[in-house]
Write a protein that binds this ligand. Structure first.
Ligand code: FES
Length: 343
């Protein structure tokens, strides 16, 4: 019988030099992984840009706008996010797989578990062997007691010569992994760290730095600042740290140490959005966006890490104030980011 409706058909994708079939409604990333291609990826929800690739031929339907995470130049050159792109025709894709060799899983042991705030725990892990990464990147963490469960967290320090790594684990409501980390003593437990992932790291330049962290988004910013100090970077820096209350501020000694050793001007501005009254707080109250207009230095490069709503608001404001999109680097901490990789 004749039908007006066309059944969705599978299409093909030529990824570098490998041809695969993409089923109806499948994303490029889902198809590539199903077909056994080692396609770079991490969050799978459009939050990290690890899966970015170049659409050379064909058309895709994008599930989310990639504009907030890819630069104008990348968008002009046809870059897309494989995890957010469903091919609507046969496509040809180019993807850089050179960093995949560096991605691996390393075992280790928890050597420190310290509560930083009521909902953030600092985990220190001694790895059995080194795991190179760039300060600002993240890894998937799994613990022996929760087989098959892995979650993504940013490294909270630069690479350490003794192969120790650190993560700030914020408790997510109903989060299986984070609840476990908050409820159990994990010292001496065996863990696995798989990574690195993400493209959040300090780009070489001499422009002033504007760093903005929200909540546990401070981890990659601290790592990035430590790395900059180690590398002798000489750029004025402003760090804005948004938290709800005084009780949510942490790592202030680490920030103080960085500030003392920073070779150029370093300004640290914590700001609280929900500090209860009465309060001993004498600093700024409000949102991180309240501070941006007065703290924006001409030609600055911005590094943002925190929840998506904060990243979106800050990005919009920076663009409005003339900051080049190519100079805005962001790591979005989504709930999916935290619960992502139960792969
Ligand atoms: S894996 Fe696609 S954006 Fe993270």
């Amino acid at each position: 019988m004749f039908s007006f409706f066309t059944k969705p058909r599978a299409v093909t994708a030529l990824i570098n030099d490998v041809v695969i079939t993409v089923r109806p409604k499948e994303t490029l990333l889902q198809a590539a992984l199903r077909e056994g291609i080692d396609f770079p990826h991490s969050c799978r929800v459009g939050g990290c840009a690890t899966c970015k690739c170049q659409l050379v031929e064909g058309k895709v339907k994008e599930l989310t706008q990639a504009g907030y995470i890819l630069s104008d130049d990348e968008l002009d050159r046809g870059f897309i996010l494989a995890c957010q792109s469903v091919p609507s025709t046969n496509v040809r894709i180019k993807v850089d797989t050179s960093h995949i060799e560096a991605h691996r899983k390393v075992s280790g042991r928890v050597v420190g578990q310290e509560r930083l705030t009521h909902d953030i725990v600092h985990l220190r892990i001694q790895l059995d062997e080194s795991l190179p990464y760039k300060a600002g990147q993240f890894a998937q963490l799994s613990v022996q007691d929760l087989p098959g469960v892995a979650r993504s967290f940013s490294f909270a320090t630069r690479v350490q010569p003794n192969s120790q790594v650190s993560f700030f684990v914020r408790k997510v409501p109903d989060g299986v992994f984070t609840s476990h980390v908050h409820a159990q003593s994990l010292v001496s437990s065996r863990v696995s760290v798989e990574g690195p992932g993400g493209n959040f790291w300090l780009r070489p330049a001499s422009a002033p730095l504007l760093l903005i962290a929200g909540g546990s988004g401070l981890a990659p910013i601290l790592a990035l600042l430590q790395e900059a100090l180690h590398e002798g970077v000489k750029r004025p820096a402003t760090l804005i740290f948004g938290a709800r209350t005084q009780a949510d501020l942490y790592a202030l000694e680490d920030i103080g140490e960085i500030s003392r050793r920073w070779p150029e001007a370093f300004t640290f501005l914590p700001i609280l959005s929900q500090e209860p009254e009465p309060s001993s707080w004498t600093g700024r109250l409000g949102l991180v966006t309240d501070l941006i207009p007065e703290r924006l230095r001409p030609g600055c490069h911005a590094y943002l890490c925190g929840p998506p709503a904060m990243i979106d608001a800050v990005t919009a404001l920076l663009l409005q104030h003339g900051v080049d999109r190519a100079h805005i680097h962001a790591d979005r901490f989504t709930t999916q980011h935290d619960v992502s990789a139960a792969a």
